[in-house]
Design a protein around this ligand. Sequence first.
Ligand code: CA
Ligand code: CA
Ligand code: CA
Length: 323
Amino acid sequence: MLGATQKRFSLVQLARLKPAQSSTVRTMRSRFTPQLASLLCLITAAAFPGATSVRGGTIRDDQPDQSYRDLAASPDYGSVGTFSSGLTGCGTLIAPDWVLTAAHLFISSSGSFTINGSTYTADQLITYPDYQSGHELQGYDIGLAHLTTPVSGVTPATLYSASLEPVSVMTFVGFGMTGTGLTGARRADFNLRAFQNMADGDFGNPAVLLGADFDNPHSPADNYFGDPTPLLLEGCTAYGDSGGGVFLTVNSTTYLAGVVSFVAATDGNANSDYGDLTGFGRVSAFRDWIGLQIPEPTSSTLLAWFGLGMLGWRRYRRARGAA
Ligand SMILES: [Ca+2]
Ligand SMILES: [Ca+2]
Ligand SMILES: [Ca+2]
């Protein structure tokens, strides 16, 4: 999930926020300050070489691992799979034949996406034009992968399309290494996990990149963004989570709001333990670019998709149109 780790998302209803509410949301986010920049250890293209189905993220040491596995089993997060292109991380299905992931995973000219035990070939990789390898703090670590065969039996995620995400609980889903906040990322055990965190921070460019800190239930000293109290299932991204999905639920509808990009630390070791930070790109900031890359399906293609895939596409188009 960092270097091997990265993640992000959106909501149509938020487009209707009144100006005063929007201002409140902005001021509630804590910002990564330039003075601390020298302390940040950024793990950039550190994917997780060789991992094809590792799932995880680091978790609280005082909560049962099974709770994180149960959260990941929700159908809301079924669109996340493993993506490989030289480096292995994660990706989220956003249309029957398109995967949204982190651009830093694009080491090769082609790739593969594995979901529900099936692997699909990616024949076209599109990097967001402003992305620069090694400069993930700029916030453009976004990539699209086209699959040669549409995925069946999986509902694509709905993109969050409002212009401003609320400072609220987001759910990070990926396949990275796991461990606890005390140990950091230690092992890959092939169990799917999801964790939650407040997206209450940024790295100086909140228009495209948001952040969350791994709060320590035993000490407020590890707090960096917002409140020092961790959520019940708080966690942090880790190696292998890069490109994974960050989800936001609004009015009972779950949206893909972010793409995991990196893990950073102020303790000199970005190992995903307590106090480390996750950076993820805002899907809403890239929705128009994504729409330009993914062509409207033809009528014949629509017939072929007839089913879950088409449902996901319609939700995506609706979300874009309402934003
Ligand atoms: Ca936190
Ligand atoms: Ca915090
Ligand atoms: Ca650390």
